[in-house]
Design a protein around this ligand. Structure first.
Ligand code: SF4
Ligand code: SF4
Length: 328
């Protein structure tokens, strides 16, 4: 079994050494997208501009050309459009003179198939070969836990895919019951269905709206629903396929709620430190193990959701989740 090396540092001063262990020189000459959440108004526990600047400096010293990146959110609010998110980012200290690089907020995406699920990966992520993913570790009311997989799986895609992942569903067709009346084809607002010799669904077009299932009076269609954890794993896989990625996760202010909530809720667990590695599932597994060492079962106790489900799905998709932890 191959292990992913994960480095734990308790003090920010040791972070440059941990980052260098991941061989940042492979980013030399390349644009490097640094993915992070720049903070929901009202929630103070986002990754700090100082930490972002430290990473930017290390990537630049290794010869990379970093820029900070996040996507607009799907729910109403200031961060739901580029201009608004840029204002929030600036208020939170994310501007060129303070962090040392440009800041880009993505609104558009490229639709790709991950297995048979269509995901709109942010155009900038799709086009980059190299990424650093900065994640604030915390709980999440629907996924039990938010770390690197969540940061990419939700934060690396368009509004349409964010909505879709929160409610993943796909119609399943029963050949024996179908009378090929075509009602579902007419009902589909995305032209995802067709009937020629057989009933056909174009999964790259389906948005999971359910109108076809409602339209079918024969009950030949039903929904296959998927958990948020599985959707996040699929989406994170779509964002990272064939890319060189370094992950840095901050285990500080480990709150009950996600960074997208204006109110972060109570702190669930004392600060632990920083993790650095090159595999999303492995760094999330290490974060959860460390949290469980300090406050056993706290994520599931606070959120009621199994926080490891997303890691199990990510591993099933081929992400490495076994790790060897070294403290620097
Ligand atoms: S509406 Fe139902 S019965 Fe009619 S073609 Fe679609 S799946 Fe078949
Ligand atoms: S779920 Fe919606 S988008 Fe998908 S095939 Fe049915 S009607 Fe079309």
């Amino acid at each position: 079994m191959s292990y992913s090396n994960i480095y734990l540092v308790r003090n920010q001063k040791a972070l440059p050494e941990a980052l260098r262990m991941t061989d940042l020189t492979r980013f030399e000459g390349q644009a490097v997208l640094v993915k992070l959440h720049m903070g929901e108004p009202g929630n103070p526990y986002f990754i700090s501009p100082e930490l972002a600047r430290l990473v930017i400096n290390e990537v630049s010293s290794a010869g990379g050309r970093p820029f900070l990146f996040d996507t607009v959110v799907a729910y109403p609010g200031e961060r739901s459009h580029r201009r608004g998110y840029e204002r929030v980012a600036r208020r939170h200290g994310f501007y060129r003179d303070n962090v040392g690089c440009n800041i880009t907020i993505g609104e558009r995406g490229i639709r790709i198939l991950e297995g048979d699920i269509a995901i709109e990966v942010a155009t900038q992520i799709y086009e980059t070969d190299c990424m650093v993913v900065l994640s604030h570790v915390k709980g999440h009311i629907q996924a039990g836990f938010g770390g690197a997989i969540k940061n990419l799986g939700m934060g690396g895609v368009t509004k349409a895919s964010k909505r879709r992942i929160h409610c993943m569903s796909m119609p399943i067709h029963d050949n024996d019951t179908c009378n090929y009346c075509g009602k579902c084809v007419s009902a589909c607002p995305y032209s995802a269905l067709s009937i020629s010799n057989d009933w056909f669904i174009d999964r790259t077009k389906c948005e999971g709206c359910g109108k076809c299932v409602l339209a079918c009076t024969q009950h030949a269609l039903r929904f296959e629903t998927m958990s948020l954890a599985e959707g996040l794993a699929i989406s994170a896989m779509a964002c990272t396929r064939n890319k060189e990625v370094v992950y840095l996760s901050s285990l500080h202010h480990i709150t009950q709620n996600c960074d997208c909530e204006a109110s972060p809720g109570p702190i669930m667990c004392p600060d632990i430190g920083y993790l650095v590695g090159t595999d999303a599932a492995a760094i999330d597994a290490a974060a959860l193990d460390l949290i469980d060492d300090v406050a056993p079962g706290v994520c599931v106790r606070y959120t009621g959701v199994d926080p490891r489900e997303q890691i199990t799905h990510a591993a099933a998709l081929g992400m490495r989740d076994t790790y060897r932890l070294s403290e620097l």
